[in-house]
Design a binder for this molecule. Structure first.
Ligand code: NAD
Ligand code: LMR
Ligand code: MN
Length: 540
């Protein structure tokens, strides 16, 4: 489609603003609609960064960047690519949590998202077409807003997580921004605050559940799949009772991915492998404790379990290495309210003399002596000093990952974990943490956030148009992040730094694409070239 005049200036995909040359201005009938001086993209970047830097808070910075995105996508991504480390917490987690909580009050622009309401299902196909006219959609991020990060149910306001994750796909891996679509499924909300708010922009009723809910999700998936047959469908922040059901329903038939289950599994395995590389220990010797065994906790557990089996343990042997702790305490086979994903990793009461006392984390840590503890509980401050000291008393280099997001929900602060373990803990957090000085050593803290892998995983799968996302491809992504950090340096991080996100996303993409080729899930033959060809760059 060719745009000209104001339509061109108002189209954020094609707008170049002051960088339109004299000739382009004439040809497209925009002469006189811009100040006379023709700028380069680099000059525009310099000017935008100056403005950005003057904004005092992360929230103001984010709003400025969203305005810029709505004006000129190329400039936005060029700027983003030059300041990845600085922009990630602004465009994405944790600032995105603030914009989600206040979405209806901040609202200015729908940012190309599609809002699909369970009450207007006959509009679903038209809505997807309206949003994508003339665009070939390859990547959708969809949420139903029920389990946003650890902050819970935010209904239609959750759309910002779809928008933000897609921005990271482009900034990190170069997925063409014209080929992406953020989607929210509005099935209602159980958030009382939103239901009582006249300005709330979503459906003012309780969540629809059960068959009607799944039928709506299916209608969306089938319609999107028909309209965009080559799409990679990324599910984000669905509730605990639906996320795994939806993934299991579609994963063997279409190219689909659940970030909280699979993406988090990959990045946590990568972080653990990084930690073991530093401590020179074996995965199969570890005792793993998952604190909070919901969507992410169970997804990670399964990934680490699979890795232990791959390293030679029988399934029966491998299971003995895992302990899940949720609201009920240690999960036993007779615990009430177990999810299907928790059941394979429960323990038997007969294993413990004091089984009935294992109802809190401290008691469990005392009883099982974990060497790895991963927090996905949404419960801030729950990795307390006594618990961490108890853990560290029984293992030389405790691996401790407080992964709950956003910042206010983390199970512990990295700084405290270092202090309580006298610098021995091998740490990764969900949100970014600045390097920490402790006893004369600078400790770099790895960020175990799925944003470090989902962009490369998506680009690699899309580049070769893989039929499905296989376990092998997922496994490959986890192993692609090794070797980037120099593990011999004192204070080395367990994962590569976000500042290199664009580089290692391509490493992940190439590994994943090659795996798809090896598994015959694509007709492509050259992974490197496919990834290179698929990569979009922000330039005019
Ligand atoms: N770093 C990352 O990449 C990443 C990825 C996904 C999720 N997360 C974070 O993990 C957290 C959980 O996300 P989720 O999608 O799994 O949510 P979820 O609701 O599916 O799971 C949370 C689990 O924690 C349990 N829980 C609640 N209170 C508890 C308590 N007092 N003690 C023990 N367990 C308790 C819940 O019962 C539930 O099983 C969120 O904060 C989210 O931001 C981080
Ligand atoms: O969004 C994030 O920062 C990671 C993860 O998907 C989460 O739900 O916390
Ligand atoms: Mn998530």
């Amino acid at each position: 489609m060719k745009y000209e005049g104001l339509d061109l200036l108002n189209n954020h995909f094609f707008n170049k603003g002051t960088a339109f040359t004299k000739e382009e201005r004439k040809e497209n009938h925009i002469e006189g609609l811009l100040p006379p001086f023709v700028q380069t993209l680099d000059q525009q970047v310099e000017q935008a960064y100056e403005n950005y830097s003057k904004k005092a808070t992360f929230l103001d910075k984010r709003m400025y960047l969203m305005d810029l995105f709505n004006e000129n996508v190329t400039l936005f991504y060029k700027l983003f690519s030059e300041h990845v480390n600085e922009f990630m917490p602004v465009v994405y987690d944790p600032t995105i949590a603030d914009t989600i909580e206040n979405y209806s009050h901040f609202f200015l622009d729908p940012q190309n998202a599609v809002y699909l309401s369970i009450d207007d299902q006959d509009e679903l196909e038209a809505s997807l077409k309206n949003a994508t006219k003339g665009r070939d959609i390859k990547l959708i991020v969809v949420t139903d807003g029920e389990g946003i990060l650890g902050i819970g149910d935010w209904g239609v306001q959750g759309v910002d997580i779809s928008v933000g994750k897609l921005m990271v796909y482009t900034a990190a891996a170069g997925v063409d921004p014209k080929s992406v679509l953020p989607v929210v499924l509005d099935v209602g909300t159980n958030n009382k605050e939103l239901l009582a708010d006249d300005l709330y922009m979503g459906n003012h009723h309780q969540r629809v559940t059960g068959d009607k809910y799944y039928a709506f999700v299916d209608k969306f998936v089938q319609t999107a799949e028909n309209l965009f047959p080559d799409m990679y469908l990324h599910f984000e922040d669905f509730g605990r009772s639906n996320a795994a059901n939806i993934l299991n329903k579609y994963k063997d038939d279409i190219l689909t991915f659940n970030d909280d289950i699979q993406g988090t599994g990959i990045i946590t395995l990568a972080g653990i492998l990084g930690a073991l590389n530093i401590s020179k220990q074996k995965l199969t010797d570890q005792v793993y404790l998952s604190f909070g065994a919901g969507t992410a906790g169970a997804g990670i557990t399964k990934r680490i379990f699979d890795a232990m089996v791959e390293e030679g343990l029988s399934e029966e042997e491998a299971k003995k290495h895992f302990y899940l702790v949720d609201k009920q305490g240690l999960l036993f086979d007779d615990t009430e309210g177990l999810t299907p994903e928790q059941k394979p990793f429960t323990r038997q009461r007969s294993e413990f003399a004091n089984a009935d006392e294992l109802t809190n984390l401290e008691a469990v840590v005392k009883a099982v002596h974990p060497t790895i503890m991963v927090g996905t509980s949404t419960q801030p401050g729950t990795f307390t000093e006594p618990i961490i000291k108890e853990m560290a008393a029984h293992t030389e280099r405790p691996i401790i990952f407080p992964l709950s997001n956003p910042t206010k929900l983390a199970e512990a602060k990295a700084e405290d974990l270092l202090k309580w373990t006298d610098g021995k803990a091998l740490i990764a957090t969900g949100i970014p943490v600045d390097p920490i000085e402790y006893n004369g050593v600078t400790y770099n803290i790895g960020q175990a956030n799925n944003a470090l892998v989902y962009p490369g995983l998506g680009l690699g799968s899309l580049a070769v148009n893989a039929k499905v996302l296989s376990d092998g491809m997922i496994n490959k992504a986890a192993h692609s992040l090794g070797g980037i950090v120099d593990a011999t340096q004192p204070g080395a991080a367990v994962l590569p730094p976000v500042s290199k996100l664009d580089k290692f996303s391509i490493t992940v993409a190439e590994g994943v694409a090659q795996q798809a080729i090896d598994e015959k899930l694509t007709s492509a033959t050259d992974a490197k070239k496919a990834v290179e060809d698929a990569k979009w760059e922000p330039k005019y």
